[in-house]
Design a protein around this ligand. Structure first.
Ligand code: ADP
Length: 234
């Protein structure tokens, strides 16, 4: 077989690249120092580090919420240092994002919260109706479709936010302390859902400082300390 073809078939696709990235806030805090890192399609990393070690800062840079002070970042082939306007919106559509505090719309039902993302991206009613049931099923909330967020437990609200993050089938999911407000059982359930998503090909970077979760999981770890990253493979 043509060797070029073999290398094309077997070469993993790089979906995130950080090249000498540093972030120093205006008040002088050096949150990230000279990070260089590649993440490939299908990877699932836990991003760990004590509070204040720069986990949120790194995730914010990856979804274009903030800019690095120096260095280059590529996500899904978008060069984040230069991407703006429509292109930034386009990049964000290739990312699912999950936050510690769920960020659900309180006056909208579970289904409406999930559908809203698709509606905002211009999906047709028929396509929205097609995508909603599998997203609800993925997080085990078919029976809560018409409930409002305040009628759900914290774990259920986080599962809605995961369904919302993946309903447009983005290739990458970024999760910033998604289990931060949850008890151990619910945390494990969230991690299991993310593992299922990873199995069907979603690349995942999830920050956590939950020691029990880190200890009992076999996922590779990217550990931030003093603004620098260390890879721990297990
Ligand atoms: P983590 O998510 O690991 O808790 P953060 O990324 O939130 O850490 O913070 C990393 C460091 O940067 C901390 O010292 C924090 O105080 C500082 N920091 C975060 N955001 C800002 C900001 N907007 N302005 C100034 N300093 C900040």
């Amino acid at each position: 077989m043509n060797p070029d073809l073999i290398s094309k078939v077997t070469k993993p696709t790089r979906v995130i690249r950080l090249d000498n990235v540093s972030k120093t806030y205006r008040n002088g805090t050096a949150a990230l120092r000279d990070l260089t890192m590649d993440i490939f399609a299908g990877d699932f990393y836990l991003l760990t580090g004590t509070s204040g070690s720069g986990k949120s800062t790194l995730l914010k840079l990856l979804y274009g919420e903030d800019m690095p002070s120096s260095g280059d970042i590529w996500v899904n082939d978008y060069h984040l240092n230069t991407v703006k306007g429509n292109k930034l919106a386009e990049l964000r559509r290739t990312l699912g994002i999950v936050f510690q505090d769920y960020k659900l719309l309180p006056r909208r039902t579970v289904s409406e919260n999930i559908a809203f993302v698709l509606w905002a991206q211009g999906y047709s009613r028929a396509e929205i109706d097609r995508r909603l049931p599998p997203a609800l099923k993925m997080v085990g909330l078919q029976h809560k479709a018409t409930s409002f967020p305040e009628e759900l437990s914290g774990g259920e609200q986080q599962r809605v936010s995961i369904a919302r993050a993946i309903v447009a089938t983005p290739p990458i999911l970024l999760a910033d302390e998604p289990t931060g407000n949850l008890d151990p059982d619910n945390s494990r359930q969230i991690l299991n859902i993310l593992k299922q998503l990873n199995k069907i090909g979603v690349t995942i970077l999830m920050s956590t400082h939950d020691e029990a979760l880190i200890r009992t999981s076999d996922l590779p770890i990217l550990q931030l300390s003093n603004g620098q990253l260390k890879l721990i493979n297990r």
